[in-house]
Design a binder for this molecule. Structure first.
Ligand SMILES: [Zn+2]
Length: 232
């Protein structure tokens, strides 16, 4: 299994790694800074460099249960055992981190069940299980206040035994943790949100920056889709 360096430090832009295989233009390595598609967050893009070649990574996703870096068609491929340098498209990823953190803030402002979501660099959306209309101005103001508040954002791992021993902790979570998969990664936005999440986030809500509420769409009687944009 690939060591997922991005889970411990989302700000790592590059790393060295050893190739464990590259079947069908999908590169597998012993460790990586590339986030694989999941939880509504797109897979990272970037480059892999190695002796005698360099290839563009156009997507990252789990392939056969392990992280696969999808190489551009026709790229040279490094051999198994080769040392490589992996480098993500940081500007794109950093926007995903800002957006992802903004989504948690939005979820904490609108206290309804979240039924879906999707993140991109320019626009993201969350679907809420709700019938009430949304006061865009009030929600936008609440979001801006949370950003300006500079709340610390951190992740920690917790075992299921620890969770079972702390029912109070489980009650405070906005989303219930998955069970039966071992240790759970908790995202903690200081004083704002606590929930299981495997994605990449910024260190402080102040880094979210200029976030704006976009269109609110009515998708059925029990579903409101709220779009958000980054304005810089
Ligand atoms: Zn998250």
């Amino acid at each position: 299994m690939t060591t997922e360096l991005f889970r411990e430090d989302a700000y790592l832009k590059s790393c060295t790694a050893t190739v464990t295989g590259c079947p069908g233009q999908v590169l597998h390595t012993d460790q990586t800074v590339f986030y694989p598609l999941g939880g509504g967050q797109p897979g990272d893009t970037g480059f892999v460099s190695f002796e005698g070649g360099r290839a563009r990574i156009v997507d990252t996703r789990y392939v056969d249960g392990d992280i696969g870096h999808v190489l551009e068609d026709g790229s040279p491929t490094p051999a198994a055992g080769a040392a490589v340098e992996l480098e993500i498209d940081w500007d794109r990823r950093y926007r995903h981190m800002r957006m992802h953190t903004a989504m948690h803030l939005l979820g904490s402002v609108l206290h309804y069940g979240v039924t879906g979501g999707n993140i991109s660099t320019e626009k993201s959306r969350l679907d809420f299980d709700m019938e009430d209309p949304i006061d865009k101005e009030a929600v936008g103001a609440a979001l801006a206040e949370l950003v300006a508040g500079g709340h610390g954002v951190s992740c920690r791992w917790i075992s299921e035994e620890e969770l079972d021993a702390n029912p109070e902790l489980v009650r405070t979570m906005s989303v219930q943790p998955p069970r039966g998969k071992g240790a759970i990664r908790l995202l903690d936005i200081d004083g704002v949100d606590l929930q299981p999440c495997g994605g990449t986030h910024v260190r402080s809500t102040s880094e979210v920056g200029a976030v704006r509420i976009g269109k609110v769409e009515k998708k059925g009687r029990h579903n409101r889709r709220v779009n958000i944009h980054l304005d810089d």
